[in-house]
Each structure stands twice: as C-alpha cells, then as structure tokens.
Design a protein around this ligand. Structure first.
Ligand code: NAD
Length: 386
C-alpha cells in the first residue's frame, strides 16, 4: 500500500442547524468580520439577516460585500479587499457557493498583501503569508468542496483566463456545512454542483497522488452522489438528500485537498475563463463524456468500478468490458440529471476551438490524467465536446 501524510487544519462543523455556531466560531478570530457573497437576491437576504443576528449576539461587528458574481473576477476581489481594509476586518466569512468562498479566500490575501490576488497564483514566486486574514467558510451549495480546500479560483477577465491561488494560508480555519442552507439551491444549479462533487471524487481517485484514504472517501462520495443527487433534484427541500450531498461534497473536497483533479478540470477552467457565463459544473458535464472515452483504457479498474456503480448488471463483467461501457454510462447519468450539453450550445464559436484547446493545456491538470493528451488529442477532445 502507498504511504501518505495526512493533515487537515480545517475544523469541520457539519449538520442541520450548524449555522447557529457561526458566532462562537468567528469570535475566535476577533470582533470585526467581512461577510462576502454574491448579490443579495431573495434566498440570500433572509440568510444574511440570520447571519447578522448570530454574529451580533456573539459581539461581532460585520460589514457585507455582495459584489461577487459566479466565476469571481480579480476586479471583484479588489473591491472586496478595499472594503476589508477600510472596515479593518479581522476575518473574512465566505457565505455562499464556491464563488463566494473562493472570493473570501482571495480577499483575505489581497487585503493583507501588496498587489492583487492575481499576483499570488499557485505558480508565482510570491505566495500568501501568515498575514492572510483568517477565513471561515459557510457553504450554501454542495459541489466545490471549497470549504475544505486551499484553493481560490479567480478569473482575469481581460485575459479571459481562470486560474487559482493554491496555498494552505487560505484554507478555511472552520468550515460550517449546514444542509438546511442548501434547500434553496435551484434544480439546475443543484445538478451542476452535485456533478462537480462527483468529478472531484472521481478525478482524485485517478490522480497520481491518490492513496488509500482518498480512495475510500472518493468511493463513498461517488456512491452518495449517485444515491442522493436524483432525490435532491426531485425534492429540493428533502433535508436527508441535501445532507447526503453535503457530505459527498465535503468528502470530495477532502479528496482534492490531498490529491487533485485531472484533465476535465483543466478543460473546465479554460472554458470558464473564456466563457464566464458557463457554470463550472456545466463545463464539466460538457467535457466528461469525451474525457471518459479518451481515458477509460488507461485506468480500467477505476472506470470499471464506476461503470458498475452506474449499472449494477456489470458486476460480473471483466474490468475491460465494464470500463468500455463507462463513457456511455456517465453520459446517461448526465442526461438523467438534466445537464447534458455541448460547447456549441453555450456560446463557444467554432473558430475559437483551437485557442480553447490551447487554454486547456495551460494548467497542469491534464498531466495528472492517466492518459496525457497531446495538443492534437486535446483539440479532438474539445471538438468532440462542441
Ligand atoms: P456559485 O458559488 O458560483 O453559485 C452559483 C449561483 O448559485 C450563484 O448565483 C449563487 O448566488 C447561487 N446560490 C448559491 N447558494 C445558493 C442557495 N443556497 N440558494 C440559492 N441560490 C444559491 O456556484 P458553485 O458551483 O458553488 O461555485 C463555482 C465556483 O467555485 C467557480 O468559480 C469554480 O471555479 C469554483 N471552484 C472552486 C473550487 C475550490 O476548491 N476552491 C473547486 C471547484 C470549483
């Protein structure tokens, strides 16, 4: 068995009603909190009032920055960081999905360091220091796992490029995962985010950094998604289904914290960078069938396991036989949850496919795939997803 180190500094508070603990949690880090979210639409308005009450009872003054949008940009982070400095925030609370939690992490860096969040990307020499403000993550979607990862995805709009800060300094000190907060996620967004969690688990199991503990969590996360996602889609207020998905998301987040993602995520990041209107989970659903067809032969045991989860009649079949069925079974699952799509339907013009394929090879994710695509093969993967 492969040896490994395991270290998770993030404290996880998981379960219905855990929102009530936000006051005691945040009080550890001071008395001035910047709350970061997307626009204050009705679902958020009521939640924000509750958060304000909980923080105020704990003796914490808060200010609210709601200037984040899905796929947050460096400009939005800069505006949030300026507010954090003006308010003299001692902590940043990310309230929302991956966009809000990632933005909170990036703001925690930019508010305390020279330059912009873009200067602290994963490959830069300059990295976030201990000056970074403490981050608390209060997740309201079940998909990105951002509440337990050292990753903050940001987009530089003028470069049409999506990249990430990747550093333990931005790991949330505490993750509050309260499934009650997820009941308001609309059906389509539930499917996108749920599929994202699935992909984190599956790609981590393919990643060279996968070890026994990750494998165990990845399998459990995938089983949870396959069981609970259809139920959460049918009944958004089914708290058991939301809890199952929240657990899947958190386990899958722990998988990427320790291993990582592969080819589809590099492709989805490129799509999100060039076409910010495409949701992250939507981009993944678009590329997954092509990725599976391309990769299954290179990791037959993993793909066969997944195929058997999707179609139990394959339990007696040899790995090669089951793995060969995996791409079409994954596609069926994507169709079943209602998010089957093509690049051509989401505004990607034919004449940009070559530059998109090149962008898919900017992040190193594709190199961690069991089968590493050449530039030519990447163009074919993009074309197949178009
Ligand atoms: P999101 O945060 O972009 O939210 C999508 C939409 O859903 C927003 O309009 C938001 O306001 C709304 N929403 C969120 N919670 C809601 C609720 N409870 N009820 C109703 N509406 C709600 O979506 P996401 O998929 O969670 O995050 C995507 C972002 O996370 C992308 O930028 C992606 O690149 C990034 N990401 C980060 C990591 C990581 O490890 N940090 C991993 C994967 C993806």
């Amino acid at each position: 068995m492969q040896s490994f180190n395991w270290n998770l500094p993030t404290e996880i508070r998981f379960g219905s009603g855990k929102l009530a603990e936000a006051g005691a949690v945040c009080r550890r880090f001071g008395t001035r909190c910047l709350v970061v979210s997307t626009a204050t639409t009705p679902w958020l308005h009521a939640l924000l009032e509750r958060v304000q009450g909980i923080l105020s009872t704990a003796g914490i003054a808060m200010t609210h920055f709601d200037g984040i949008r899905a796929n947050p940009t460096t400009e939005q982070i800069t505006a949030g960081a300026a507010l954090a400095r003006r308010f003299r925030a001692e902590m940043v609370l990310g309230l929302g999905g991956g966009s809000s939690m990632d933005a909170a992490k990036a703001i925690a860096v930019e508010a305390t360091h020279p330059g912009s969040s873009w200067d602290y990307l994963w490959f830069r020499e300059t990295q976030p220091t201990e000056q970074t403000l403490p981050v608390v993550a209060l997740t309201t979607t079940s998909g990105t796992g951002s509440q337990v990862t050292q990753v903050a995805v940001v987009t530089k709009a003028d470069e049409r490029c999506k990249s990430a800060i990747y550093n333990d300094m931005i790991l949330p000190r505490v993750a509050i995962v309260d499934p009650e907060l997820m009941c308001s996620v609309p059906r389509r967004m539930t499917a996108f985010t749920g599929f994202d969690a699935f992909t984190h688990a599956f790609e981590s199991s393919l990643h060279p950094g996968c070890h026994g503990l990750i494998d165990m969590m990845a399998r459990e996360a995938i089983s949870l998604v396959l069981h609970w996602l259809p139920k959460a889609l049918d009944h958004g207020d089914d708290i058991e289904a939301r809890s199952g998905m929240a657990l899947a998301d958190t386990l899958a987040g722990l998988c990427i914290r320790s291993a990582g993602v592969t080819l589809p995520h590099g492709m989805a990041m490129a799509i999100g960078g060039m076409y910010p209107g495409v949701a992250h989970g939507q981009a993944l659903a678009i590329v997954y069938p092509a990725f599976a067809a391309f990769t299954a032969d290179a990791a037959p045991a993993r793909f066969a396991w997944l195929a058997r989860q999707l179609d139990p009649s394959l339990h007696g079949a040899a790995d090669a036989v089951a793995a060969a069925r995996s791409a079409s079974l994954i596609n069926d699952f994507i169709v079943r949850i209602g998010i089957s799509d093509k690049l051509s339907n989401v505004g990607v013009p034919r004449d940009e496919l070559d530059s998109l394929a090149a962008a898919c090879m900017v992040l190193s994710d594709y190199k961690n795939n069991p089968r590493v695509a050449t530039a030519e093969e990447m163009r074919a993967l993009v074309l197949r997803s178009w």
